[in-house]
Design a protein. Structure first.
Lengths: 77, 395, 534
């Protein structure tokens, strides 16, 4: 019984501490600071280095696609 | 080459929208109808009793008041037209047959609707909706629009005869202009043409801005003259180019290119003859209006067409024109702030060179450019690159 | 510290500082837009913000990612697409910027709007990733075959007939449009990419960015075909040319008539829509389902009716609880996107708040000095300017132009009626109807000023919009003639380099000081450096 209470108390304390920590993250904008100073610069470097296909080297087949035209039900003619 | 007999007269006709032939037609009681875009079929405006004038604003270098109304961040052409209208240069117009085919000319024409700009009590401005595709739905739509917003209005406001017979007569006159301009333009396909790109540009423009029935005699005479006109003994140009792109009614621009040594052998731009001077064919049993609606939709190569196959085939069509006219390269121009041609020019510049092996010079220009030193440098460099290419190919 | 000061401090702690004492500008870390600490809004509102907005939305984002495809797919998307990683991880700051200074029902109602947009954004990008051949080693899976792509300016309602069996995801809504609001730096890469292949700098930067996404190979390969449109302008038509090249897939162009007031164009418009439907049937092999179409139209009509109820409250009372930026973004997002469950869920919640505000006569923006109508196209990188303007000057943005689009309750009693109304609905799209849709509509501003009881216009001056630039002088003339206070706000839609946020604030400050002769409510917000801010 005592053990159960202890576990509950510990869980409540842990949850409380987590809640307080999250509040600190929120209040001091730590999420924003982490993203601004660490995550975004890292990802930007990654995107800048990525190999991408070059549109100028892509085919442009002028005859590839036909005409998309359909009979419709609507109205008078 | 001997000077063309009427060239100076033609040049004079291009100095003002309200030129001598427009004044003559007005004096004869005909109604003057302004328009800006190929999508307003000029043949409908040339019915008996009226005549079409494709609007220009020659020599307008500083559209100050129009810039107040339309800001400095819109196409210089649209602003120049408004400036000329505000100056009173279009007071001879009885109507503006408008199309919303590009944003800035639409806004210009809306100003004519909103403000009391045109000092003519009869004046009205009527918009026609123009489709973006070459489909049956588009033909039908365009035909209905032309009937309601052009023919019915002309009949109602000015008592113009818009019957099929009248349309057929207008088509007949229009087709004669087309035949003559085409014949004159064909000379540019010769190895050593007996006409310059500048001269052709002037001739094509007068056919757009003058009443057809009054300019026709001059065109006939010029075509006749060209049948026997002798070329320079040796070609005066270093290469031949197609000029393609957005609105261009400035023969000075063609002259600038030619002064650098490139003859403009084909004019594939707004106000040019490719497309523009193809004859209208009315099939048996077909209504003339239907033929007209189909003709203008089918012949136009405007980048506002959005269908996938049309967007793509425009590139091939341009390459075909270059080959047909024996051009060594293509100059693709777009007026600053012209959105359609900004995109089209971008892809033309890449694809025509890469896939069709045609050298391309891509430039952005203003409405009036003749004094541009920068452009001259660009053209000279382009011509030199073509010459180097020719030498390398020869080796 | 005297007793009075202690009392004041306790009061401020419990209830938050009154508007004039907040000094919100002091909270910023210079340049970054980050906060030294987030605003203390009093116990109730701070805890609401922490629990029901910050924690709740982080939690819901995780939940959304789990239910729409899972963390692995999400991580792959983050790693592959710049617009994803650089933008959406910072989403809570987007909330912060929109809600600075908000209290009570205004905070709650506005936050629900943001939550809905976040949910729909996650749903869309997770659908893109789930179908994306780029993230599946080039394999075109079943979802790829069941996802239709379209320009973001093609109304989502076009695809209702297939909503129960397939999905439609706009090409640019999430990779471009929403990114500009959340992190204004991302889009610059796409604008530069478009110009790197020779496009001039002057076309509309929205269209440039849309083209740039395809040029830079930053669009997921999630669709077998696409539908494009001429909405809103010439630039949109031009963009199709480059997109077609980059995507190289069957493309159906579904243009809207330009002269949409003309009764003669309606038949043409209707046929275009019907041809589009035939194209979809041909491409997918899935037949058009009229009943499903009607079902979603009727559901969407419910959203329209509530929108009108909101406008009624906004126009005639001070009890409207949605701030300017939430109103604008939510309305344009859902009306363009079309029916989704999340919009109805959100409207239900907001309706409750709205009704409570009206019943209890809660003035949600008590420091409003001027009721502002925002007209024309807004700066996407500074859509939250209205939050700043309210906090700094008491300028309360009641409604904006884009909110007023698609305003039609479509009849569903017969197919004829429905198609008539649907063609109009398709034509009354954002920007097309007013900004570039004929001067008569752009000048409806005077009617809406009257309807919404506004005494000031924030006139967006999109410097690269040819349609709006082409009519500036007439506006100037009319403003003078009608003696209307109008502030011109220059901007380049997504491109924050052309006119900075600081410059926009300076222009508003100048007008308020020199023309209105007013003093700021919060002087700390007059001038601050947020040049590197998201």
């Amino acid at each position: 019984m005592k053990k159960g209470k202890k576990i509950l108390a510990l869980a409540a304390a842990g949850a409380g501490a987590l809640y307080a920590a999250l509040f600190a993250v929120f209040y001091f904008d730590l999420d924003g600071k982490l993203l601004f100073y660490v995550v975004e610069p890292f990802l930007k470097k990654h995107y800048d280095k990525m190999e991408r296909r070059d549109i100028i080297k892509m085919d442009y087949d002028v005859d590839k696609y036909g005409k998309y035209e359909y009979d419709t039900e609507g109205g008078e003619s | 080459m001997r000077d063309l007999k009427h060239l100076i007269y033609f040049e004079d006709l291009l100095q003002e929208a309200n030129n001598a032939l427009v004044k003559q037609a007005k004096a004869e009681g005909r109604r003057a109808l302004g328009y800006t875009c190929y999508f307003m079929p000029e043949v409908l405006l040339d019915l008996e009793g009226c005549f079409g004038v494709r609007l220009r604003a020659p020599r307008c270098t500083s559209p100050d008041i129009a810039t107040y109304y339309m800001s400095s961040r819109t196409c210089h052409y649209g602003r120049s037209l408004l400036e000329r209208a505000l100056e009173g240069g279009y007071n001879f117009l009885d109507a503006q047959m408008a199309t919303e085919t590009c944003t800035v000319t639409c806004r210009f024409q809306e100003h004519l609707q909103m403000m009391d700009v045109i000092k003519n009590p009869d004046f009205f401005c009527e918009f026609t909706d123009v489709p973006f595709k070459k489909t049956e739905n588009s033909y039908l739509h365009f035909r209905k629009q032309l009937q309601a917003h052009v023919l019915d209005k002309l009949s109602e406001k000015f008592g113009i005869d818009t019957s099929d017979e009248a349309l057929m007569r207008a088509i007949g006159q229009h087709n004669e202009v087309c035949r003559l301009i085409t014949e004159i333009g064909e000379h540019r396909k010769e190895a050593n043409p007996n006409i310059t790109g500048y001269e052709f540009h002037v001739i094509q423009l007068v056919s757009l801005v003058c009443p057809k029935y009054l300019i026709l005699p001059y065109l006939r005479e010029t075509a006749e003259e060209l049948r026997t006109r002798e070329s320079e003994p040796r070609p005066w140009f270093r290469c031949k180019v197609v000029l393609s792109g957005s609105e261009n009614d400035d023969p000075g621009f063609t002259q600038l290119i030619e002064s650098c040594g490139a003859m403009v052998v084909a004019d594939r731009y707004c106000y040019g003859s490719i497309p523009g001077r193809e004859e209208i064919v009315v099939a048996e049993g077909q209504s003339p209006l239907d033929a007209i609606a189909r003709h203008y939709i089918d012949t136009s190569m405007c980048p506002r067409y959005m269908e996938q196959h049309v967007m793509r085939q425009r590139k091939k069509q341009l390459a075909d024109i270059a080959r047909e006219y024996g051009a060594d390269g293509i100059i693709v121009e777009s007026n600053k702030f012209c959105e359609y041609w900004s995109y089209e020019r971008t892809i033309d510049t890449i694809v025509l060179n890469r896939d069709f092996g045609i050298p391309v010079c891509s430039i952005e220009k203003e409405y009036i450019n003749s004094a541009s030193g920068q452009l001259r440098t660009r053209f000279q460099a382009f011509i030199e690159s073509i010459e180097i290419k020719k030498i390398q190919e020869g080796q | 510290m005297g007793k009075g000061e202690w009392k004041k401090k306790i009061k401020d702690f419990v209830h938050g500082k009154p508007h004039g004492e907040r000094r919100l500008g002091d909270l910023y870390i210079p340049k970054t837009g980050l906060y030294k600490h987030r605003e203390w809004r009093g116990i109730k509102d701070t805890m609401y913000y922490f629990n029901r907005i910050w924690l709740y939305n982080y939690g819901m984002m995780v939940y959304d990612i789990m239910r729409y495809g899972g963390p692995v797919l999400f991580a792959k998307g983050v790693w592959r697409y710049r617009w994803m990683g650089q933008t959406y991880l910072t989403v809570m700051h987007w909330f912060d910027r929109g809600f600075e200074g908000l209290r009570g029902p205004a905070l709650r109602a506005s936050a629900w709007h943001y939550r809905a947009m976040t949910n729909e954004t996650i749903r869309q990008f997770m659908r893109m990733f789930a179908a994306d051949a780029n993230l599946h080693k080039g394999e075109r899976n079943e979802l790829w075959h069941k996802t239709m792509a379209h320009d973001e300016t093609v109304a989502g309602a076009i695809f209702y007939p297939w909503r129960d069996v397939m999905d439609d995801v706009p090409l640019q809504m999430v990779p471009y449009f929403v990114t500009c609001h959340v992190n204004c730096h991302t889009v610059l890469n796409y604008i530069d990419a478009a110009q790197s292949i020779g496009l001039p700098g002057d076309p509309c930067p929205m269209c440039q960015a849309e083209a740039g996404l395809s040029i830079l190979d930053d669009m997921p390969d999630y669709f077998p075909f696409l539908i494009t449109s001429n909405e809103a302008c010439d630039g949109s038509v031009g963009t199709s040319i480059l997109q077609d090249w980059a995507y190289d897939k069957p493309l159906f162009a579904m243009p809207q008539p330009m002269q949409f007031d003309d009764p003669l164009v309606q038949e043409h418009c209707r046929r275009e829509i019907e041809e589009c439907w035939k194209f979809i049937e041909e491409q997918t092999g899935v037949p058009f389902d009229y009943d499903v179409f009607v079902k979603y139209i009727e559901r969407y009509n419910e959203l329209t009716r509530f929108e009108r109820e909101k406008w009624d409250v906004a126009a005639n009372t001070p009890y409207y609880p949605v701030n300017g930026v939430a109103q604008a973004l939510y309305r344009i997002y859902y009306s363009q996107d079309g029916w989704r469950d999340i919009w109805a869920i959100t409207d239900k919640k907001v309706k409750k708040i709205l009704h409570r505000c009206v019943e209890k006569k809660i003035n949600c923006f008590p420091e409003a000095r001027h009721r502002v109508l925002a007209w024309s196209c807004a700066p996407l990188y500074y859509s939250f300017w209205c939050t700043w303007a309210y906090n700094c000057w008491g300028l309360h943005t009641v409604i904006n132009m884009d909110s007023l689009m698609f305003d039609i309750d479509m009849r569903t009693d017969t197919r004829e009626h429905l198609m008539e109304d649907f063609a109009l609905y398709n034509e009354w799209a954002p920007m097309r109807r007013m900004a570039v849709g004929g001067y008569k509509h752009i000048f409806e501003v005077w009617e809406y000023m009257e309807k919404f009881h506004c005494d000031m216009v924030m006139m967006y001056d999109q410097v690269q919009c040819k349609g709006m630039q082409g009519i500036v002088g007439m506006f100037e003339d009319e403003f003078r003639k009608r003696d209307i206070h109008a502030i011109w706000m220059p901007h380049a839609l997504p491109d924050s380099r052309t006119v900075s946020r600081a410059e926009i604030r300076r222009i508003i400050n100048d007008y308020m000081f020199t023309v209105m002769h007013e003093e700021p409510l919060d002087p700390s917000l007059l001038d601050f450096d947020d040049s590197m801010s998201w």
